[in-house]
Design a protein around this ligand. Structure first.
Ligand SMILES: [Zn+2]
Ligand SMILES: [Zn+2]
Length: 568
């Protein structure tokens, strides 16, 4: 990749730039910016604002990660809008929390807009977000950018590709997509529109890289529906199906399979209820879509019911996990029942999903996963589909997005091998010029991660995370001392230990080691120097830490508080 020699701030000519604040080097936390104009007076548009989950890292107390938007916050008056491609959490999950920092109008198609409004209402709607609902297939303006929504297929209704028209050419930003002529709900991908955009001339293709390692084409949602129907028809007892709540096509496939088997559908899990309501409201499920709430489960015979559940990723509080450990208030499983995991296990969730599957297996419940049968299909393009899109659009430039580093690099190679002349593989924060002239990384924007910690948002580099990580492993010892000005201990030291083994080897309390070493340390400091609180604090801290380390083999966190009183 060419890195231009140009220094930041030296360009007075208008140009079109692209930068990812998330999503370039990870599958998740998608957040991209397009900028137009001379560097000093650039107008910006944001595409997507999603979350990700900690994966393999040790971040105690953190379960949601958001992109750090400080770069665009510094240009917030020039941010003309936030365009959402679709309603998956990795594309729109950070909108409600980060909007107060950005305050730009939000553009979304009806399903995405309705789901966002529903979530906002459920959370108490502290801010009245300016959500502009944009019809499918329509064209609208965001500052100097002209945006056209293009119908695609994916694993949620209304995954829009964006044709972004600028004075420096047209950019096609795919969002998440696949080619599927039978997507189950909604319109199939608008291939003739995509072809027409290609004929208009495409400067750059910014493209989903998730499945670039996989050959061939992804199966259709219709085939998954047929396979689930066959499995449910053969089942002899209760069937439960767990899936991604937002997969409306799959909800419909399972509902149809349930009816075809002469069974009734029961739904458990708040996220599923929310999505079903929004899908009915926006026309993706029929107004008379029939399902019963989970409380009705026991009203039916076990061989006449199919339960649809949240929790396919092993989320501990979701319906699937509670059924697996027999703590669900309404639904229980028994030997000979069948559980279908109509989902893919997202990397990082293997252990929690495995735990649930083992618990079900212990009960004698039969399992079907995407490893056993066609009960799930990806929503992302495989190689043949990528080739087909290149063929339609014939872009001059390819920028891979929505992938880990290995996916992005592979996608870059694949694009080059299939005739795309210019390929740029930026990481988060690298500012790429897309025109005029040769594309290149020309500058860098500050990027990072924000953690949702309880009800606060904190920087990933916040010390509290490092402290928490440390204390979780080595515990904490707090020592409180009261000294007189001439250095006499006025009372026994107080010691609090959390997360430290209570017994020392050979018997006796660990606390005694601490008390002994505190007294010994104070005595070892000459009385004249005991007046300096800092000296006392640091000496005691070091001594306690090393004496506990000697018996335990771990350096715990030690905090020492010293009060000095004016008594003779
Ligand atoms: Zn998606
Ligand atoms: Zn995505």
């Amino acid at each position: 990749m060419a890195r231009s020699e140009r220094k930041s701030g030296s360009s007075s000519d208008s140009e079109l730039v692209f930068v990812g604040l998330g999503g370039l080097g990870e599958i998740g936390m998608n957040c991209y910016l397009y900028g137009l104009g001379p560097e000093r007076s650039r107008k910006w548009m944001m595409v997507d604002l999603g979350i990700t989950f900690p994966e393999g890292e040790f971040d105690p107390g953190i379960d949601v990660i958001l992109p750090d938007t400080k770069f665009i916050e510094a240009h917030v008056k020039d941010l003309c809008g936030i365009v959402l491609t679709h309603a998956h959490e990795d594309h729109f999950g950070a909108v409600i929390e980060l909007w107060p920092r950005l305050k730009a109008p939000i553009y979304a198609s009806p399903f995405t807009a309705t789901l966002l409004k529903t979530k906002l209402a459920e959370q108490g709607g502290r801010h009245n977000l300016p959500i502009r609902e944009v019809p499918l297939g329509s064209t609208f303006e965001v500052g100097p950018f002209s945006i056209e929504f293009v119908n695609q297929a994916h694993s949620i209704p209304e995954p829009n590709g964006l044709a972004i028209r600028t004075p420096h050419g047209l950019v096609y930003h795919t969002g998440d997509w696949k080619f599927d002529s039978a997507p189950g709900v909604g319109l199939p991908p608008d291939e003739s529109r995509i072809r027409a955009i290609g004929e208009e001339g495409v400067r750059a293709l910014i493209c989903d890289s998730t499945n670039v390692m996989r050959d061939g084409r992804s199966p259709s949602e219709e085939e998954v529906g047929a396979s689930i129907t066959r499995i449910i028809k053969k089942a002899e007892q209760c069937v439960v199906v767990t899936l991604f709540a937002s997969n409306v096509a799959r909800i419909l496939s399972v509902a149809k399979a349930t009816r075809a088997a002469g069974r009734r559908l029961v739904v458990a899990g708040r996220a599923l209820h929310r999505v079903i309501q929004v899908a009915i409201e926006t026309g993706y499920l029929p107004p008379d879509f029939i399902y019963a709430d989970q409380q009705r489960f026991s009203d039916y015979r076990r061989d006449e019911v199919v339960a649809l559940l949240t929790g396919s990723q092993g989320e501990p509080r979701a319906a699937m996990a509670r059924i697996a450990d027999n703590s669900h208030p309404d639904i229980s499983l028994a030997k000979g029942d069948l559980t279908i995991f109509s989902s893919r296990t997202i990397p990082g969730n293997e252990k929690s999903v495995g735990r649930i599957q083992n618990a079900l297996a212990r009960m004698g419940v039969d399992l079907v996963t995407d490893q056993d049968a066609l009960v799930h299909v990806t929503g992302h393009p495989r190689r043949e589909e990528l080739k087909q899109l290149y063929g339609y659009l014939k872009p001059e430039i390819l920028v891979p997005m929505h992938g880990e580093m290995r996916h992005l690099r592979e996608h870059g190679k694949f694009g080059r091998a299939h005739g795309i002349a210019e390929v740029v593989v930026p990481v988060n924060g690298e500012i790429v010029t897309l025109g005029p002239g040769k594309p290149a990384v020309v500058d860098e924007a500050p990027v990072g991660r924000i953690y949702r910690d309880g009800s606060l948002l904190i920087g990933a580099e916040d010390m509290c995370i490092r402290e928490r990580r440390k204390m979780a492993v080595v515990g904490v010892i707090v020592v409180s001392l009261v000294l007189s000005r001439n250095g006499k201990m006025l009372d026994d030291p107080e010691v609090v230990m959390e997360g430290i083994p209570s017994q020392r080897p050979g018997g006796g309390a660990m606390e005694d080691i601490v008390l002994d070493v505190v007294e010994g340390t104070i005595e070892s400091i000459p009385p004249s120097r005991r007046r300096d609180i800092e000296t006392v604090r640091e000496a005691v801290r070091r001594a306690v830490r090393s004496s506990v380390d000697q018996v335990w083999g771990k350096k715990s966190v030690v905090r020492v508080m010293v009060s000095m009183l004016d008594v003779k």
